[in-house]
Design a protein around this ligand. Structure first.
Ligand SMILES: [Ca+2]
Ligand SMILES: [Ca+2]
Ligand SMILES: [Ca+2]
Length: 246
C-alpha cells in the first residue's frame, strides 16, 4: 500500500484543488505561496500580526471521514517564513474542544488536532509531520522514508517547534458549547537542515489536516486540504500540494 506511486496525476490534482477550493491568495501561481514575514511573529496564539492577514489562505475543506459528510467545521491555515522559522497557523471552529493528551509525541490524533506534513523534495523520500493539539502539545516526526517503519520509530526526532494556542471556550469539558481554537507555531528552519533553508522560488510540497472529535458527531471528522486520498492519506505525499517560497 505504501508503495503506490502516482506522480503523473499529482499536478492535475493540484489544479482541481486550487480551482474548487479557492484556497490560494494568488491563483496565478501554481501552488500556495509562503510569503516572507515583514515583521515579528509573536508566538502567542493570536493571529493579529499584519503578516498573517497577508498570508495565503489554506482552506482545509475536504471531508475525508466519514465519507459523504458535508463540511461542518470551518478550518483555515496559513504559512509564513523568514530566515529562522517556518510559521504555521490554524484557526478552527469547534463546538466541543478536546485535547487527548499533554504528553509530547503521544497519539494526539485520538483527540482534536491540526496536522501539517511537509516534504522538501518530491524526488527524495524525506518528509516531516507536525501534529498539534488545542492544548499546545506537539507530535513531530521525521520520516527518512515512508516505508521504513511507522511513526513510533521516527517520533524521537525533535524539531524545536514553539507553539501557542488560544481556546475560545473550554478544553475537555463537553458540557458547554465552545467557539473554536487558534494554533500559532514557529518551526525552526534548522529542523530541515538536511534540505537546507528554502531559497526564494524554491518549491516544497505539503498537506494540512484536522481531526475534529465532537459530541455532535457519531464519528470524528477528518478534514484535509487535498480532495482525494486513500485511507492512509496523511502519508500520501503524491497528493501533497506545491508550496512556493517567496
Ligand atoms: Ca501572534
Ligand atoms: Ca472538537
Ligand atoms: Ca468545551
Amino acid at each position: 500500500m505504501y508503495k503506490t506511486i502516482l506522480p503523473a496525476t499529482a499536478l492535475l490534482t493540484v489544479s482541481v484543488v486550487l480551482t474548487g477550493c479557492q484556497t490560494t491568495a494568488n491563483r496565478s501561481t501554481p501552488g500556495y505561496v509562503c510569503r516572507r514575514a515583514d515583521g515579528l511573529i509573536e508566538i502567542d496564539g493570536e493571529l493579529s500580526e499584519t503578516d498573517w492577514g497577508n498570508a495565503c489562505l489554506i482552506d482545509v475543506c475536504h471531508v475525508h471521514q466519514p465519507r459523504g459528510t458535508k463540511q461542518i467545521s470551518r478550518t483555515v491555515a496559513h504559512l509564513l517564513r523568514d530566515d529562522e522559522y517556518l510559521y504555521l497557523a490554524f484557526d478552527c471552529e469547534d463546538i466541543d474542544i478536546w485535547s487527548y493528551s499533554d504528553t509530547p509525541d503521544d497519539e494526539l490524533w485520538n483527540g482534536d488536532v491540526v496536522e501539517f506534513f511537509v516534504k522538501p523534495a518530491r524526488h527524495k523520500p524525506l518528509y516531516y509531520e507536525f501534529v498539534i493539539a488545542p492544548n499546545g502539545t506537539l507530535f513531530d516526526g521525521r520520516y527518512p522514508s515512508r516505508g521504513a517503519g511507522g511513526y513510533k520509530r521516527f517520533k524521537p526526532w525533535t524539531s524545536g517547534t514553539r507553539i501557542a494556542t488560544r481556546i475560545r471556550g473550554t478544553d475537555s469539558d463537553w458540557t458547554d458549547t465552545d467557539q473554536g481554537y487558534t494554533v500559532e507555531a514557529a518551526i525552526p528552519m534548522s529542523a530541515f537542515a538536511e534540505s537546507g533553508v528554502p531559497q526564494p522560488g524554491a518549491t516544497w510540497t505539503f498537506s494540512a489536516f484536522r481531526y475534529d472529535y465532537s459530541k455532535a458527531y457519531e464519528a470524528p471528522l477528518l478534514l484535509m486540504v487535498i480532495p482525494h486520498a486513500p485511507d492512509w492519506g496523511f502519508h500520501y505525499y503524491e497528493g501533497y500540494l506545491p508550496l512556493v517560497f517567496e
